[in-house]
Design a protein around this ligand. Structure first.
Ligand code: AMP
Length: 402
C-alpha cells in the first residue's frame, strides 16, 4: 500500500525547498526592518472566531473551512487565514496601543486544487493594530511591496481601493444593489445569490465583470473622513515611491475590510494565480469578535504563489562538501570539525568512489569543497581558488570566501 499527500497538499523537499527557504528568510528580514516581531498563534481556533471575524457568508467560511468536533465536543477549525487569530490574541492579552506582529505559516482551505491554489498553503503577513493614521496603511503596503520586489516577483503591481466605513458604505451598498437589480438578467448564478447577501462581492466576479463596467464606484461615494483617509494613503504611497493603480472593483473576499483595500498582482503569472497577496484596513473586526473598537491594518501574501513566480537564487543547505580520498571516518571527522566551526558541511557516509562524491557535491550545490586524505592537512577549494592547509585553518579560509 502506498500513501500520497492528501489532495491539494504537497511534499516539498530540496531543491524546491531551497527557494522556499530563501523566500521565508527574506520575509523575516523585511518584517524585521519595519519593526514587526514574529507572532505565533494556534493552527486551529474556535470555529466561531472565523464565522464572526471573517464573515459567515464569505466563500472561505461558508464553503472552504476544515471544521471538526474535537473529543471535548468543541467545534474547531483549521485556520483559513491569519488575521482573526492574531487579532484575537492581541485582544486576549489585554494589551492597548499600537502593536505590530508578523506571522508565517500554513493556512487551510477546502479549495478546488490547481497550481497556486492549494488546500494547505503558506501565508506570511503582518498586522498593525490599534492604529488609525493613513501612514500606517502606507507603511504596511510599502512593506509588502518591498518584500515582493526583493524576492523577485515579476511584473509586480499594487492595486488600491477604498471600501468606506459604517457611515458611508450602507448608502453605497443600497445604490449598488439597485444597480445590480437592473442587471439581474445578465448576472451569473453566484452573483445573483450575492445581491441580497453581500452585493460588494459581485464586483469581484470575473464572469460578470464585462457587464459591470458602469457600476457605481465606492471611492466616489465616500464620506469626508474616508475620502480624506484615502487621499492621504495615496499621498503617503507616492512619498515613498510606490506606484499604484486604483481599481474601484477591488473588494477582497473577506468581510471585515473598511476603508483601504489593496492587492499585489504579479502580472508575470497566469491570471488564475496572479494575486500574490492582499490586505486592508479592518477597523470593525475587533468589535465583530466581541471586543472593543480597535482599528487595524494588515496583509497576507501567498508563499506558494511567490515561489512559483520568484526568480530568486535558491539557498543551498550545504556550504561545504567534504570529499574523502581516504576513509569515511576521515570525512566524518573533517565534517564534524567544520560544523563545530559554524559551517554547514556534509559528506558521503556510504564509502562511495571519489567521482561519486563529486557528483553529489554538485547536486547539493555546495560552493566550498574540502578534500581530505586522512592526514592533518586538507585541500580547500572555492571556485578557481584552492589551497592545502591544516584542517584547523580550513574553516577560516572558507568563511572568508563563502
Ligand atoms: P486571502 O487570504 O484570500 O486574501 O489571500 C491572500 C493570498 O494568499 C492570495 O493572494 C494568495 O497568494 C494566497 N492564497 C489564498 N488562498 C490560497 C490557496 N488556496 N492556495 C495558495 N495560495 C492561496
Amino acid at each position: 500500500m502506498t500513501f500520497h499527500p492528501p489532495k491539494g497538499t504537497d511534499d516539498i523537499g530540496a531543491p524546491e525547498s531551497h527557494v522556499w527557504r530563501a523566500v521565508l528568510q527574506d520575509w523575516e528580514s523585511w518584517a524585521g526592518r519595519y519593526g514587526y516581531p514574529l507572532v505565533l498563534t494556534p493552527l486551529f481556533e474556535a470555529t466561531e472566531l472565523f464565522e464572526r471575524g471573517v464573515g459567515g457568508d464569505t466563500e472561505v467560511v461558508s464553503k472552504q473551512m476544515y471544521t471538526f468536533t474535537d473529543k471535548g465536543g468543541r467545534s474547531v477549525t483549521l485556520r483559513p487565514e491569519g488575521t482573526a487569530g492574531v487579532v484575537r490574541a492581541y485582544l486576549d492579552s489585554g494589551a492597548k496601543g499600537a502593536w505590530k506582529g508578523a506571522y508565517s505559516g500554513p493556512m487551510f482551505r477546502y479549495e478546488r486544487p490547481q497550481a497556486g491554489r492549494r488546500r494547505q498553503f503558506w501565508q506570511v503577513g503582518v498586522e498593525y493594530l490599534d492604529v488609525e493614521g493613513p501612514a500606517a496603511d502606507a507603511e504596511v503596503i510599502e512593506l509588502g511591496y518591498r518584500y515582493l520586489t526583493a524576492v523577485a516577483v515579476p511584473g509586480l503591481e499594487v492595486v488600491v481601493n477604498s471600501l468606506g466605513d459604517e457611515v458611508c458604505r450602507p448608502a453605497y451598498v443600497a445604490l449598488l444593489r439597485r444597480y445590480l437589480e437592473e442587471k439581474r438578467p445578465e448576472l451569473c448564478d453566484d452573483s445573483l445569490s450575492l445581491i441580497d447577501l453581500n452585493p460588494l462581492r459581485v464586483l469581484d466576479c470575473k464572469v460578470c465583470a464585462p457587464v459591470l463596467t458602469d457600476a457605481p464606484a465606492m471611492s466616489e461615494h465616500l464620506c469626508d473622513p474616508c475620502a480624506g483617509h484615502y487621499l492621504a494613503v495615496k499621498e503617503s504611497l507616492r512619498s515613498v515611491d510606490i506606484a499604484f493603480r486604483e481599481d474601484a472593483r477591488l473588494v477582497r473576499g473577506l468581510d471585515y475590510y473598511t476603508r483601504t483595500a489593496f492587492e499585489y498582482v504579479a502580472t508575470g503569472l497566469a491570471a488564475a494565480q496572479n494575486a500574490v497577496g492582499g490586505g486592508g484596513r479592518y477597523d470593525g473586526l475587533a468589535e465583530a469578535l466581541g471586543g472593543r473598537r480597535m482599528p487595524g491594518v494588515g496583509f497576507a501574501l501567498g508563499i506558494d504563489r511567490i515561489v512559483l513566480s520568484s526568480s530568486l537564487e535558491p539557498i543551498s543547505d550545504v556550504d561545504v562538501y567534504v570529499v574523502s580520498e581516504g576513509t569515511t571516518i576521515d570525512a566524518l571527522r573533517t565534517a564534524s570539525e567544520l560544523r563545530r566551526e559554524g559551517l554547514r558541511a556534509d559528506f558521503d557516509t556510504e564509502g562511495r568512489s571519489v567521482s561519486a562524491q563529486f557528483r553529489t557535491l554538485s547536486r547539493v550545490g555546495a560552493r566550498g569543497v574540502v578534500v581530505t586524505r586522512g592526514g592533518d592537512e586538507v585541500e580547500v577549494r572555492i571556485a578557481d581558488e584552492r589551497e592545502t592547509l591544516p584542517l584547523s585553518k580550513a574553516s577560516e579560509w572558507l568563511k572568508g570566501r563563502l
